[in-house]
Design a protein around this ligand. Structure first.
Ligand code: FAD
Length: 308
């Protein structure tokens, strides 16, 4: 089976973590070619070629692919699809934009958030906020899938695949990039951070969220939030962890003032070590926590940050 893996390229650079984890899943489906499509993506293509288990890298360096517009990128992918049985991508905001379009153009379904590859046609994915695992057997001639990266280890480096430059596909002219509004942050990116410190409704205000941020900065961590904290305006919505937020699986996840609703757990329960600080000893978060501290966060967090 030939597999086309759409690399995650941000600002012309390969997002190595997401791409290398999706590669581990893709390699279980067949022989993997990576597509790097962006503006100025030669460096990304070189980096992709060094990943273990890649047979070839295609590099489409064109301004049309510089801003994650789904329409031109989907047409490029579809123009290449004849040579591949599988078209896969890490499950990211960019791929959630483009892969449904690719699938529609190929008259296939999207098999989203794959967490295990059973065989080349059969995949597992979570449903009901991670409370059940669905096994999907696809009869589509082309399998279009996104990979939940938090459940796969990253492929290592040491590969030496060839890089082939390819031309852009005709731009359908359906969309136009106007501007990106990117929140600048010195902190690690939430979905790939090794440590995440998250605050919930218990934090009580945007001002007090600085307590969470202070602890995160001491730990070199990304900051997360529950939906209740986001909806209450304590934290920006790109910090939301959970079923309708981001899915994270860091080495250490610290949940502060978060009750542990299933929709929140859906986004963090695969974390390697979970620490919870909550004043309610009955809070469900303690059922998934490796370490639990029953305490008032306004005392425990400043003390912990001070000691660190
Ligand atoms: P609460 O449940 O109100 O918990 C606050 C906790 O803080 C309590 O346990 C309390 O004991 C503790 N606390 C209060 N004061 C202190 C203190 N001083 N010190 C220590 N502890 C304190 N939620 C998500 O998080 N992410 C999602 O993606 C998401 N998606 C959803 C999708 C759907 C379709 C639905 C229906 C819901 C979704 N939710 C999601 C919402 C979810 O059901 C919960 O409402 C939410 O997670 C609760 O957030 P919380 O734990 O911060 O708030």
């Amino acid at each position: 089976m030939a597999v086309l893996l759409i690399a995650e390229v941000q600002g012309g650079e390969l997002a190595v973590d997401a791409t290398a984890k999706a590669l581990t899943a893709a390699a279980q489906m067949g022989e993997v070619t990576i597509l790097c499509a962006s503006e100025g993506c030669a460096g990304a293509a070189e980096a992709a070629a060094k990943l273990e288990g890649v047979s070839k890298v295609l590099c489409a360096d064109d301004a049309a692919y510089g801003h994650d517009l789904a329409e031109p990128l989907a047409d490029l992918i579809v123009s290449l699809a004849g040579d591949y049985e599988h078209i896969v991508a890490p499950s990211t905001a960019a791929s959630k934009n483009v892969m449904p379009r690719v699938a529609a153009l190929l008259d296939a379904m999207v098999i989203s958030e794959v967490t295990a590859v059973v065989d080349a046609n059969t995949f597992e994915r979570p449903i009901y906020a991670g409370n059940a695992i669905q096994t999907v057997k696809s009869g589509d001639a082309k399998k279009v899938a996104t990979i939940r990266t938090s459940t796969f280890d990253a492929a290592g480096e040491g590969g030496s695949a060839s890089v082939e430059t390819i031309g852009a596909a005709a731009n359908p002219g359906l969309s136009e990039w106007v501007e990106d509004k990117v929140a600048a942050s010195d902190r690690p990116e939430l979905t790939s951070a090794g440590v995440v410190v998250s605050g919930g409704r218990g934090v009580g205000s945007e001002e007090d969220f600085k307590l969470i941020e202070g602890l995160a900065d001491k730990l070199g961590a990304a900051v997360g939030a529950s939906r209740a904290a986001v909806d209450s305006g304590y934290a920006p919505n790109d910090w939301q962890v959970g079923q309708t937020g981001k899915v994270v699986a860091p080495d250490l996840y610290v949940a502060i003032g978060i009750s542990g609703a299933i929709q929140h757990l859906a986004g963090m329960k695969d974390s390697k070590i979970i620490v919870a600080i909550n004043k309610d000893e009955e809070a469900p978060i303690f059922q998934v926590a490796d370490y639990g501290l029953v305490a008032d966060l306004f005392e425990a967090v400043p003390e912990l940050t001070g000691k660190l």
